[in-house]
Design a protein around this ligand. Sequence first.
Ligand SMILES: NC(=O)c1ccc[n+]([C@@H]2O[C@H](COP(=O)([O-])OP(=O)(O)OC[C@H]3O[C@@H](n4cnc5c(N)ncnc54)[C@H](OP(=O)(O)O)[C@@H]3O)[C@@H](O)[C@H]2O)c1
Length: 386
Amino acid sequence: MEIFLTGVTGFLGGEILILLSKKKEIKKIYCLIRAKNEEEGYLRLEHVFELHGDHFDKNKVFPIIGNLSDTTLSNELINNNRLQNINLIIHAAANTSFGRMYDDLVQTVNIGGLNHILQWVSHLKKLETFVYVGTATICGKQVTNRVVFEDESPNINAAHLVKYSYTKMMGEINVRKVIPEDKLLIVRPSIIMGDSRPIIPRSNVILWALATLNLIRLIPVNPYSDLDIIPVDFASESIVKLIFGKRNHNTYHISSGTESKTNTLLVTNQIANYFPEKPPFKFLNHEFISQMKDWARNRIKPGNTLSDYNEYLDYWKQTFEEKSNLRILFAGLEPYLNFIELGQIFDNSRLINDTGIAYPEPAHEYVKRSISYLKNIDVFEGAIDP
Ligand SMILES: NC(=O)c1ccc[n+]([C@@H]2O[C@H](COP(=O)([O-])OP(=O)(O)OC[C@H]3O[C@@H](n4cnc5c(N)ncnc54)[C@H](OP(=O)(O)O)[C@@H]3O)[C@@H](O)[C@H]2O)c1
């Protein structure tokens, strides 16, 4: 079996690559990588394997240099003789930024880039399966405080909190138009945060938001709002099990479901003990985010009641020195808080029934194994370049 995989230098794609590289029935894995040349491509692959001490078999895993943003990509793939016999494609690459300044890039990579891959796919004679890594959040922001099922999406009328989830929805719609149903597998992870194993997580993507909450301590979000969070090892294992197992559906949530759901209060309670020097976590109504942003801009409007929480404002002044630092954090954090408020849980019974995988550990349990990594996260770097 020969595989083409995108997103291997990322959080989820890296873990999927490691699992696939250990499978004997897979002979070759070609990885789309952004790099100046093949040498740099190999170097980037080496880092993926090095992180947790996995073996990099250079006779099995190869870089294919390319960029999803390049309009020449489909032709490059079509004309690459090494890629004629691909049986399985896993498209896990995406631009996952929530910030508005990345909107154009997100669109180019997630919709345009996917289309380049799809143009190439029709040339592949031996393709058996196309796996599109989507996201459960394509259900949109009108769906609140309930369990969401796979068949509810994609819904073209869904309204989105961020461009990213819109592009993932459009991507899924486009994939469904091109790939025949019997060759299609769509996996939709919920929120992937950290790793449940006691190892360094491949990425701090959502751990960054937790590290930021841990720093600001006064949090404008409903602490009881249900959250569907999974660790990356559960996500990658689930996807690989689905690919190689018997499936009764072509679309699956990769999620905590109700059995392993969590909320912000449970997660912050778990980490509070490790940071005794900080003020206790305090939760405010979500609307307070505007007051906090105004305060950080020195534009306090009449009716601003943040001064009721002076001990936290003093703590912020000491911790952040410049209010502009806090503005950077709020800008990065706001979309995450908006997602938390939605209270969406994604049903995972299809996944559990078809793969037999055990329910994941809830985030408020496994997060304690990430405490040391949480301490080292540079929250400003994450806010600027998520
Ligand atoms: N993380 C989550 O919570 C979550 C939840 C639901 C769904 N997902 C989905 O899961 C997939 C993986 O997400 P992730 O968290 O692993 O993302 P990630 O860590 O940000 O990794 C993104 C990957 O995509 C690659 N990529 C980005 N732009 C590219 C381009 N122009 N050309 C080629 N490759 C490009 C990156 O390569 P470089 O290293 O070169 O940048 C990287 O390998 C995505 O499809 C995402 O939508 C993620």
